[in-house]
Design a protein around this ligand. Structure first.
Ligand code: SF4
Ligand SMILES: [Zn+2]
Ligand SMILES: [Zn+2]
Length: 314
């Protein structure tokens, strides 16, 4: 199979396009750059915090964001959350440290242990047996809180995440199947509905890139990446949806793009509908941590209480 653009051997077959290594890298970088500029994800004067874990998506997004920020003279740094997942996160964080040194990116690491008093490995059994909560539920709530809080404390104006097209298709399908349509209104290349100074806007430069493209990009760029998965992934609802969507994509190439493009058509209507509803509600501030939330106590503080975690004061 030959590259559509030159005579070299193709390393990638997309929808109607085959690319050799150099044309694939050109395609990937140009599509991500266009996603950033056309959606105004990053702008002059921003202080950009890239949420990263050392996995392939996060190294790809860190590489691309760093490249873009250097070109347009925008401040950029990396932030990693160490959930405390032995045999997995410790390895990806090692890869990340090497990467940040190589590409001259300042890295901040914050851990569940320091901020919530214990590692996910130690919390998860109690969460499953006593609270009927899956590890990914605990991990998701704590990580989301910590990313936002740490990015805000570090002065970030944008929080870049490595979510790709597969992630977005999965999130949309998960929210839809669970009947959480209002959560879909917060998806899109720029996340969120609220202009609250407690929330750092989340942006997704890899929004239109498939998982397999991101994986290939990381491989062809020679990033040292562990292609292992978190040991808890198979306990998640996301894994079920991911496998179903992958099966559909195999039978019907382009289905993932179809899901996300259809979603983007209705996104403005969803945003308008739920923004109006949200504006009628006043924001509360969590009694415990002072983050913005809809009730008296935010989800993260509620969870800490449920799991009887003793927070370190720092
Ligand atoms: S798979 Fe679940 S537990 Fe593992 S890092 Fe992702 S959200 Fe956390
Ligand atoms: Zn080529
Ligand atoms: Zn709180």
């Amino acid at each position: 199979m030959k590259c559509t653009k030159c005579d070299k051997k193709a390393v990638y077959a997309g929808q109607g396009q085959n690319y050799c290594k150099s044309h694939f890298l050109e395609y990937f970088e140009s599509k991500v750059t266009k996603t950033i500029s056309r959606n105004n994800l990053l702008e002059k004067g921003d202080k950009v915090c890239v949420a990263t874990s050392g996995g392939k998506d996060s190294l790809a997004v860190l590489y691309m964001t760093n490249l873009y920020c250097k070109k347009y003279d925008i401040e950029c740094f990396a932030l990693a959350i160490d959930e405390g997942i032995a045999g997995y996160r410790d390895h990806t964080l090692d890869d990340l440290r090497i990467f940040c040194e190589k590409y001259d990116v300042k890295l901040h690491v914050v851990s569940f242990k320091d901020k919530f008093g214990d590692t996910l490995d130690n919390i998860k059994d109690k969460a499953i047996t006593e609270r009927n909560k899956k590890p990914c539920t605990v991990c998701g709530i704590f990580r989301r809180t910590l990313l936002n809080r740490s990015a805000r404390e570090l002065g970030a104006t944008k929080l870049v995440t490595g979510h790709n097209l597969d992630d977005e298709a999965q999130s949309f399908m998960m929210n839809t199947l669970l009947g959480n349509m209002s959560h879909n209104a917060s998806l899109g290349p720029i996340t969120g509905l609220s202009n609250n100074d407690k929330f750092v806007a989340r942006v997704k430069p890899l929004y239109f890139m498939l998982e397999k493209e991101t994986r290939l990009f990381a491989l062809l760029k020679g990033f040292k990446v562990e292609f292992t998965e978190c040991p808890n992934i198979n306990m998640s609802f996301r894994a079920v949806i991911r496998d179903e969507i992958n099966a559909i994509e195999n039978k019907m190439p382009g289905a993932k793009n179809g899901i996300v493009n259809s979603f983007l058509e209705i996104l403005p209507l969803l945003k308008e509908h739920y923004r109006e509803k949200k504006q009628k509600r006043t924001f509360n501030y969590c009694k415990k941590c002072n983050d913005a939330c809809s009730g008296e106590v935010c989800n993260s503080c509620k969870l800490e209480e449920e799991l009887s975690l003793v927070k370190n004061v720092n």
